[in-house]
Ligand binder design. Structure first.
Ligand code: RP5
Length: 161
């Protein structure tokens, strides 16, 4: 059975930004669970969910937060699973705050950080499937098909007149 993806976001206010992530996982037919938990408001709950994620059948964790975005890093501290961090765009600082606090992890605790803005959540979903696809040929085939279709779409519209 394929491993699931665990999505954790810091607030319900992150949900609209995260729709592209869920949509992409749906398109791959990937099973996932979504939790709203905060590194600052509910730290014990974050650590419980992340430390139990592997035994609960998850293969990758996607963590999205904005501002002082410590969520992905805290999750990465407490699981052997790969963690993908999504820096949520903020009104105060445009998401540079989220990006730097997600990406600048200390040595030994990596977080694979994707872009601020629309591409980030979608790419997090694709990257999660690529990771799970290493050990699951059916999932990897979906990535191969996706990339082929994407390239064909670009090539079909490559002449600008
Ligand atoms: C972060 O603070 C959340 O991930 C969210 O992006 C930001 C604002 O949260 P709310 O005040 O809207 O709940 O922890």
């Amino acid at each position: 059975m394929s491993k699931k993806v665990l999505i954790v976001m810091g607030s319900r206010s992150d949900l609209p930004a995260m729709e592209g992530c869920m949509k992409q996982l749906d398109e791959f037919g990937m099973e996932y669970q979504v939790r709203v938990l905060s590194a600052h408001r509910t730290p014990e709950a974050v650590l419980k969910v992340s430390s139990e994620a592997k035994e609960n059948g998850f293969g990758v964790i996607i963590a999205a937060a904005g501002g002082a975005a410590h969520l992905a890093g805290v999750i990465a501290s407490s699981t052997p699973l790969p963690v993908i961090g999504i820096p949520i765009q903020t009104s105060a600082l445009g998401g540079m705050d989220s990006l730097l606090s997600t990406v600048q992890m200390p040595s030994g605790v990596p977080v694979a950080t994707v872009a601020i803005g629309k591409a980030g959540p979608k790419n997090a979903a694709i990257l999660a499937c690529q990771m799970i696809g290493i050990g699951d040929a059916a999932v990897q085939q979906k990535i191969i098909d996706f990339k082929k279709a994407q390239a064909e779409k670009v090539l079909a519209d490559s002449v600008v007149e």
